[in-house]
Design a protein around this ligand. Structure first.
Ligand SMILES: [Zn+2]
Ligand SMILES: [Zn+2]
Length: 488
């Protein structure tokens, strides 16, 4: 049996649970093992000395001779998509491997991907519904705070609403635990010049730098560039720089001020640099040594903390502004996952969601925990707009240090793909990619679309065939992502 989870951090707990339940030797496989451990795990699986393999996406290639069952847990998770070459989607490959081995494949999720949902709608797979929460327990009460009226009434732009502040105090006072999610690292989001309107940006990317109070640096979240905080605007020399928006570090500080004496830990990529730190923080939280856990979506995944009775979500609608057709799906999934963290023990939970656009359908569906309604509307929209899974899509990025060159090459490629597609393949672009400049490279995007995946792949193969090297790789200036998980 092969059991995949989207993150390495989830493997130890699962391996332990499976070992206890089946009394079998379980082997763990993922990319953080060293060569010796990996070789060892590989050998044990190959020789049949361990019949259960648990791991993250690369464990899909584990050498199990008689594979009978493949489980892909949290199948909707972006962690299954490898974002570097070779770009593969482990969930989709699991279906291929399962078919070849004659094994049963189980895709598990509380918020299935649109791909999995459509496949069940079309009877290519069976849908099995678990209507009740595992281990019982009622769904938490979900409350929405409209941050527009919060601002009107208080005249202050603060990360925590009065409602959430009060709830945090009550929760901690009664000896229970809280989690606060905000999907943005750092202290403030952007440093903006009030005189000329420019944001202080990375020198290598066209992306605003984020202020990190810890370490006192402005940081680029894409290339890692960092700089000291300037006194004046680099563009117009005015001294009027303003901090706009907020991230995990600011939220942590606000909570510390709102609930004096509370034991708070932060979980994001800056605070957690190794699986060991992650395990230490999560362990401390589950033993009740921490009152409030603040963090990015790292805190939303799969963990079971029975003493958590309050979950706060800050800027719940931030992701909806991204130019990506999966933005709604991801927001809906995140809200459902995070709401699932509250009230897993015997005490009821509550969830407080803060947003600036509470009327957005994805947000409303997330709050109502109405996944079926959301999936139905979302699939209808994808069919109309011809986005996956209703069509096959490829995202091509052309990179060059010179902007005109990138556009020129993009236009040539677009022409060739159109020709190769013989009218059955649509090409959008070239246009500036959502991240128009990264690591000193200008980025131009082409979206290639066809009703049938076969046609899309054929057209790309014909149009790009001569660009690939002897080992089938594309040149460095071209990224080809078929079935992209995100368009950014
Ligand atoms: Zn300025
Ligand atoms: Zn950068």
């Amino acid at each position: 049996m092969l059991y995949l989870v989207p993150e390495i951090a989830l493997t130890p707990q699962l391996a332990h649970a499976l070992g206890e339940r089946f009394g079998e030797r379980v082997v763990v496989m993922h990319s953080s093992l060293n060569d010796r451990q990996r070789f060892d795990a590989w050998q044990r699986a190959r020789r049949g000395r361990a019949r259960i393999v648990v791991g993250a996406r690369s464990a899909l290639f584990a050498p199990l001779e008689r594979l009978g069952l493949l489980i892909v847990d949290e199948e909707h998770d972006g962690g299954y998509k490898q974002e570097e070459s070779p770009r593969y989607q482990a969930r989709d490959l699991a279906l291929v491997r399962g078919r070849a081995a004659g094994a049963v494949v189980v895709l598990g999720s509380a918020t299935p991907s649109m791909e999995a949902w459509l496949s069940a709608d079309e009877h290519r797979s069976a849908r099995i519904v678990l209507p009740e929460r595992v281990g019982g327990g009622a769904l938490p009460e979900v409350e929405l705070v409209d941050m527009r009226s919060e601002f009107r009434e208080t005249g202050e732009d603060r990360p925590l609403s009065r409602r959430l502040t009060a709830a945090l105090r009550e929760t901690i006072a009664s000896g229970e635990q809280a989690m606060v999610l905000i999907n943005r690292r750092g202290y403030t989001r952007v440093l903006l010049c009030r005189a000329c309107g420019e944001a202080i940006s990375c020198i290598a990317c066209s992306i605003a730098l984020t202020w990190h109070r810890v370490g006192r640096r402005l940081m680029c979240h894409y290339c890692g560039y960092s700089s000291a905080r300037p006194q004046d605007c680099p563009a117009c020399r005015s001294p009027y720089l303003a901090d706009i928006g907020f991230g995990t570090q600011r939220a942590e500080r606000e909570i510390a001020e709102a609930v004096p004496g509370a034991r708070i830990e932060r979980l994001d990529r800056d605070a957690v640099r190794s699986p060991r730190t992650l395990a230490r923080v999560l362990g401390g939280f589950s033993r009740g040594e921490i009152d409030v856990l603040v963090g990015t979506q790292m805190i939303a995944k799969g963990h079971h903390f029975p003493r958590v009775t309050l979950v706060g979500v800050l800027s719940a609608d931030a992701g909806l502004r991204l130019p990506d057709f999966r933005a709604g799906e991801r927001t809906m999934q995140l809200l459902t996952q995070v709401a699932g963290r509250a009230g897993r023990g015997d005490r009821p939970g509550r969830v407080i969601v803060q947003a600036f656009r509470p009327e957005h359908p994805a947000l409303r569906a997330g709050l109502a925990q109405d996944y079926e309604g959301f999936a139905e509307r979302e699939l209808a929209a994808r069919k109309m707009l011809r986005y996956p899974p209703a069509a096959a899509l490829a995202n091509l990025i052309v990179r060059d240090t010179q902007q005109e060159k990138a556009f020129e090459r993009g236009a040539q490629l677009a022409e060739r793909i159109r020709e190769a597609g013989e009218g059955k393949v649509a090409v959008l672009g070239p246009s500036a990619a959502p991240r128009a400049r990264l690591r000193e490279q200008w980025r131009v995007q082409l979206l290639v679309r066809a009703v049938k995946r076969r046609r899309l792949v054929d057209a790309l193969r014909r149009a790009l065939g001569e660009l690939t090297g002897s080992r089938g790789a594309f040149p460095r200036w071209l990224i080809v992502d078929i079935d992209p998980h995100q368009l950014l």
